[in-house]
Write a protein that binds this ligand. Sequence first.
Ligand code: SF4
Length: 360
Amino acid sequence: MKYDKVFRNPDKVRQLSMAINRVCKHSWHIMEICGGQTHALAKYKIEELLPDKIRMIHGPGCPVCVTPVGIIDMALSLARRENVILVSFGDMMRVPGSKDDLLTVRAEGGDIRMVYSPLDALTIAQNNPNKEVVFFAIGFETTAPIHALTIEESYRRKITNFSLLTSLFLVPPAIYSLMRDKDCQLDGILAAGHVCSITGIEEYKNLALSLKVPVAITGFEPFDLLYGIYKCVLLLENKQYIVENAYSRAVTFEGNVKARQLMRKYFSLTNVEWRGLGTLPLSGLCIRDKYEQYDAIKRFQLKTSHVKKERFCVSGEIMKGKMLPDTCIHFGKRCTPEHPLGAAMVSSEGVCSAFYRYKV
Ligand code: SF4
């Protein structure tokens, strides 16, 4: 309620919108890289408050959407095994693999359970000592620490029938890749506040300098989003390639040091495939060799399959700002939240689901 009054206050929002219109002299493409922000922009109709000169690009900020088909197929193959209980966040259930989704496999008898926290998967493992329990661990820097904590807790409780199928992504390498893509026209970045509350600001400072792109760290309420856009436009107009922390109530310069220590203890950097964007160098995390008993890929000797081009879905083009969801020929026709062709229509953070929910 307190936050509603402050950060959704119509007068404050209107004042910020007017301030953006006042300072914006040139055309700018600004990307948010957070599915939560994409949904908030659509839900509160923030883009309608911006001058025509500003175009928002809805970047690859939804972990469900960027998890590649090959990893989904691995989850499906695990879920089909007699001795495996696959545990997942609910968002993953309807994400299409190359043929099926988890919901279909569950209907066929696969033991797939939905949880809100990875730690719940440990309880399932303890209650089912004769089964192998695999948690489908997806996410960005925000969720990686809790996945690391799950490994630590599994070790502490001496649980031996538990492992993780990981699909963990890091945001800054994706920004580097997008900024270097000549088809992707990007002037400024809104960095996700919850990611920066873990990472801190240092990494984004270096990124802003080396790529010559202003970064505004931004929250999720209408006021936060407009304040971040305002700061980003000011930096763009003044050609300042620095980081502005427009979400200082949650983000500090050093971030969450303990969470990063935990991540470093259990995970190392690796090249990962992003659905729609391809394989980006050192853009993800994998479980360190020392803890390989917790790595489902090694434990079950799973093979990675690469699906070169998705037949229907153009979400990669949307994440690069080359298209909008409603210009996909399947949007709202063959592809709906009830019958999704792509992950971006399934996830509660997906850009296509945001457009379908709030803009149709
Ligand atoms: S509307 Fe569906 S098929 Fe088109 S890009 Fe979005 S998720 Fe993919």
